[in-house]
Structure formats: structure tokens, C-alpha cells
Design a protein around this ligand. Structure first.
Ligand code: PLP
Length: 374
């Protein structure tokens, strides 16, 4: 009787194929596998993706990149942020594609590469067209790419930007960012400095902005089966959530009207009903904010989370359903009403946070591919 996170690797491959079918010209596919592959498990997900033909993986930390290399993953790996020092050296040694944002980043890569005696270190210049997080403004791109071009150990490989509002189809910000990126590309072209890979598209832009696809696309959330926002649910209809979080019922009781449930007595049974206790709580990553507002799926129906979610347990009002100890409850997964996006809406966050929050305490199981766990 344990809580599990089951990942359907065939669904991941299906989602990637569904995203690739939207590309109007050939473009490479990078899938973001940062944050333990959005909670799905870094190495098994990377293996399934690369087995399915995905050539690129995107990570946020040096440990993520090195874990992939240690597991024997030979695909191209892009670090989304700049690095220094020991981490930088190890990434260069393991042939990870690096992001650079400034002269200082370029100098750091050249210096480490020189020290290691390694040439052809692939760098991607990140330009800030409006995200306001990493990178210099568009006007700096030509100068930085000239510098990269002149550094003997470096192989300028990409120029990229990140979109802040692509999940809001009506926002003018995406047009503005893409116009600034177009200026960057025109400027680089005029100097003969265009690198082979221009990239800008996260999941939202893969789904809605063919003009942002360029030479490589970088979906994350959509590969795991979710729309980036409720506004894009319709255009993401063909995606299938890859992860199902399930937990066992460990206790069932029939209670009279007025019975209080859980810490703070924040719920009292409005009438006589049946309450099931589930072995899943915020210590597993099931948010406490779900108290009294989210649903789980049990015995063929949706049941409301009642009372405060505890660290290890959560209570459900199952009404008159025939629920038994040992029954499996779906906290979220590919079932109507209990998607990670449904839970997210109930608690006021986004599916990304629900997925990345799934704790290491849950046993990961992999299915859907014959060689899935290998
Ligand atoms: C996380 C990330 C992505 C993927 O974003 P989604 O919204 O999950 O598709 C793409 N590019 C960069 C730089 C990222 O950090």
C-alpha cells in the first residue's frame, strides 16, 4: 500500500510526435528535462525521449547535465543558464552545450577551455528580448557574437531568446519579442555571424506561433502532456498527461452530520457521509492548498478533498461510494477532472508546480515502452 507516480513513456513519445507534427519546416526538438523532468524522473524520461528520436535535452543545473552523461545519455544537452568555475569545467569536459549571456561568460568559457586544452566548445548566445531574466539587450548581440567568433576555443552554435507571455495568446508581448529577435538575426546576418541554430519556442510557442519555431524548438510542459495555460487547453487537446499519481485508501469511516475532519477542523460533514483516508499528503508534494478545494478520482467518480491536507494523509468525502481499504485513488493523471492542471486551478497555481512538486518519496514506475525501465 504505497503512493506511486507512474509515468507512461509511450505518452511522452506521443506528445513529442504531436508537437513535431506542428512544425511547418524541419526543426530540431529539444525537450526540457530540468527539475527531474518536471517531476517525471530525469534519466528514464531522457532515455525514452532519445529512444524516440529526440536529439536535444534542456537542463537548468550542472548536476542535471552530468547525471544524464553519467547515465550514458549521448544526446546534445543545453544548459539554459550561464556557469562558472568547477561546474563550467565539468560541463565542457562532458560536451554539454553552454549558454552565454555576456562578455564575462564568454571569457570564462574560453579560459576554462584553454586550461583544459579543449577546443570546439559549443556556445549559444542568450539575448533578452523582453523576458527580463537572463541576457543582454538585443543591441549587444552583434558585439557578443563577434567576440565569440574570435575566441579560439569556442564554436558559436546558437542564438536564442525566451518568451515571457506566449501562454497568453492575446498578449502583444510575444509579437514585440519576436520583432526584437528578428532584428538580432538581421544584425547577425549582416555581419556573417548567424550561428546554425536560432531558437525561441517554449511549449506555448510550439503550439501557437509557427513564426517562432526557427531551427530548434524547446518544449517542456507539453511533452509531459499539459497545456502551458488554460487559454491553450484547446490547442493542446491531442496531448496526454504522462504521469499518474496514485495512493491507497488506508481507512474508511461512515460519519454523521457535523463530524469534524483533520487539523483545525476546517471541514465538518454537512450531512451523513463516508470519509476515506488516503496515504498521500504534502510531504509527497500534494499541496496543502488543495484542502477543501481539489478533487481526487476514486471508485469511478470524483471525490472532494475534505479538511486540511496533512503531511502524509488526505481525507476525501466519497459520499455513498463503495470504497474499501486498499482501493487506489488517483490524485492526478490523465482522467477527466483530475489533471494536474485541474488541481492547479483549484489551488491557484500552474500544472508545472504540481508536477515538479511530486516528491522523491513517491515510488516512480515506468510503463508504456517495452524497454521502458532500461
Ligand atoms: C523551461 C524552459 C523551457 C520549456 O518551457 P515550457 O513552458 O515548459 O515549454 C524552454 N526554454 C527554456 C529556456 C526554459 O527554461
Amino acid at each position: 500500500m504505497r503512493a506511486t507516480a507512474t509515468v507512461n513513456l509511450a505518452a511522452l513519445q506521443h506528445n513529442v510526435a504531436a508537437l513535431q507534427s506542428r512544425l511547418e519546416r524541419p526543426a530540431e526538438t529539444l525537450v526540457a528535462v530540468k527539475a527531474n523532468a518536471y517531476g517525471h524522473g530525469l534519466v528514464p524520461v531522457a532515455r525514452a525521449l532519445t529512444a524516440g528520436g529526440v536529439g536535444w535535452l534542456g537542463v537548468a543545473t550542472p548536476d542535471e547535465a552530468l547525471t544524464l552523461r553519467d547515465a550514458g545519455i549521448g544526446a546534445r544537452i543545453l544548459m539554459f543558464g550561464p556557469q562558472r568555475g568547477e561546474d563550467l569545467a565539468r560541463l565542457i569536459e562532458r560536451e554539454v552545450d553552454l549558454t552565454v549571456t555576456s562578455e564575462a561568460d564568454l571569457t570564462a568559457v574560453q579560459t576554462e577551455a584553454e586550461r583544459l586544452g579543449i577546443s570546439g566548445v559549443r556556445v549559444h548566445l542568450k539575448v533578452d528580448t523582453g523576458m527580463g531574466r537572463l541576457g543582454e539587450p538585443p543591441g549587444a548581440a552583434v558585439r557578443l557574437m563577434h567576440m565569440a567568433d574570435g575566441l579560439t576555443r569556442l564554436a558559436p552554435t546558437g542564438v536564442w531568446t525566451h518568451l515571457a507571455c506566449a501562454d497568453e495568446p492575446d498578449s502583444p508581448a510575444t509579437d514585440e519579442q519576436l520583432a526584437r529577435f528578428a532584428d538580432v538575426l538581421t544584425g547577425l546576418e549582416a555581419e556573417g555571424l548567424t550561428p546554425p541554430l536560432r531558437h525561441a519556442a517554449n511549449s506555448a510557442a510550439v503550439l501557437t506561433r509557427p513564426d517562432a519555431h526557427f531551427d530548434l524548438v524547446r518544449p517542456g510542459i507539453a511533452a509531459y502532456g499539459y497545456a502551458p495555460s488554460d487559454a491553450l487547453r484547446d490547442v493542446a487537446r491531442d496531448l496526454t498527461p504522462a504521469m499518474t499519481v496514485e495512493a491507497p485508501v488506508v481507512f474508511v469511516k461512515d460519519v454523521p452530520a457535523g463530524t469534524p475532519v483533520s487539523y483545525g477542523h476546517r471541514w465538518r460533514a454537512p450531512n451523513a457521509t463516508r470519509v476515506a483516508t488516503v496515504r498521500l499528503g504534502y510531504g509527497d508534494g500534494y499541496l496543502r492548498a488543495a484542502s477543501n478545494v481539489a478533487d481526487m478520482h476514486v471508485a469511478g467518480r470524483l471525490a472532494r478533498v475534505v479538511g486540511t491536507v496533512c503531511m502524509d494523509q488526505t481525507m476525501l468525502d466519497v459520499g455513498d461510494a463503495d470504497v474499501q481499504v486498499g482501493d487506489r485513488v488517483i490524485a492526478f493523471g490523465p482522467h477527466p477532472g483530475v489533471g494536474a492542471d485541474d488541481v492547479a486551478r483549484a489551488v491557484g497555481t500552474i500544472a508545472y508546480e504540481i508536477l515538479t512538486g511530486v516528491d522523491a518519496r513517491l515510488e516512480r514506475r515506468y510503463e508504456g515502452l517495452s524497454d521502458g525501465s532500461s
